[in-house]
Design a protein around this ligand. Structure first.
Ligand code: UDP
Length: 327
């Protein structure tokens, strides 16, 4: 079964291509390499293309006999979305509309969508369940909210089947280190803490005055390969049933910034230099997922739930960076 993976050259996209191939699917990566890497396309063909190119999308869906789409391609940096919302609405919202209407034209009606806990905004209570109110607090969250809404409307009006997956904090690297996290600029906590331990810039801790045990923010870190597996299960579900669904994907346990630093220090054997700086705009104090629904309905069972395992993956991936850059 041929699956178009938009953004398949990116972080979660590339790990998902590996999981799809292992499960017997044929991924076809549709990516413009604006934020991803050609070297991360290791499973399946690459179609170089932009989401805005509707005609190219329709042709690709038909030419490659695509039966379902996994849609990752999007900008993901919260701060950037506030400084340049137009780019986020253009790429994430209009890009998704272009993709959905191309799918409608090509009669491909199954989609698995990469969404985010950012659609919830500031939690009224944690752990978050899927029925928590959707009140994003930044343009990135709104862009994913609007994309979700379009998918739900395409389900209602055109017989689409959609699986909306709301990720918490994707982290770690493929256990065989064939792919890993390579954002430029990197804004995510775990790679930045690891880089600080390895002699990079001191980690800036964004606020130590949150209403949490140690004053730093608490997040639910989920291994990227566990996220990848959820996409495989979601695809299998839409293939074998007429169901659609919305699922949170997290481990259900939260770690503060200081706790993450401690784990990185234990894994690396090195002290992490830090400085405390003011809060980052738009950071809720605590985000923790309730993923019972994904477990019950998709049979999802995270294999790499320990924070130490997640951090070890990032650590090994970061250690290999110099070696890979010489290849
Ligand atoms: N964070 C931090 N310093 C950094 C990067 C992140 O203190 O250099 C904190 C951030 O405020 C948040 C947590 O780490 O509470 C996770 O941030 P990340 O950007 O990794 O993911 P987000 O939760 O924003 O999606």
């Amino acid at each position: 079964m041929n699956i178009l993976v938009t953004g398949g050259a990116g972080y979660i996209g590339s790990h998902t291509c590996k999981a799809l191939a292992a499960a017997g699917f044929n991924p076809v990566v549709y990516d413009n390499i604006s934020r991803g890497y050609e070297r991360a396309i290791k499973w399946g063909k690459w179609v170089k293309g932009d989401l805005s190119d509707h005609a190219h999308l329709v042709r690709s869906l038909i030419d490659y006999k695509i039966e379902a789409v996994v849609h990752f391609a999007a900008y993901i940096v919260v701060g950037e979305s506030s400084s340049d919302p137009a780019a986020y609405y253009q790429n994430n919202v209009l890009g998704t509309l272009s993709l959905l209407s191309a799918m409608k034209q090509a009669q491909v009606k199954k989609i698995v969508f990469s969404s985010t806990a950012a659609v919830y905004g500031t939690p009224k209570s944690v752990p978050l369940t899927e029925d928590h109110p959707l009140e994003p607090i930044n343009p990135y969250g709104w862009s994913k909210f609007m994309s979700e809404k379009m998918i739900l409307d395409f389900q209602r009006s055109y017989g689409f089947q959609g699986m909306i997956l709301r990720y918490f904090n994707a982290s770690g690297a493929d256990p065989e280190l064939e792919v890993g996290e390579d954002h430029v600029p990197e804004t995510h906590l775990i790679p930045l803490v690891v880089r600080a331990a390895l002699g990079g810039k001191p980690l800036q801790i964004f606020g130590n005055d949150y209403p949490t045990n140690d004053g730093s923010c608490i997040r639910d870190y989920i291994h990227v390969s566990d996220l990848a597996q959820a996409h495989v299960l979601a695809l299998q579900k839409i293939n074998t049933s007429n169901q659609s669904g919305i699922y949170n994907l997290g481990n259900g346990s939260g770690y503060s910034v200081f706790e993450v630093i401690k784990v990185v220090e234990a894994v690396s054997g090195k002290k992490v230099p830090t400085t405390i700086v003011p809060r980052r705009v738009g950071d809720p104090a605590t985000l923790i997922a309730n993923s019972s629904l994904a477990k019950a309905e998709l049979g999802w069972c995270p294999k790499y739930a320990e924070l130490e395992t997640i951090v070890k993956g990032t650590y090994e991936w970061e250690l290999g960076r110099e070696f890979r850059s010489g290849l």
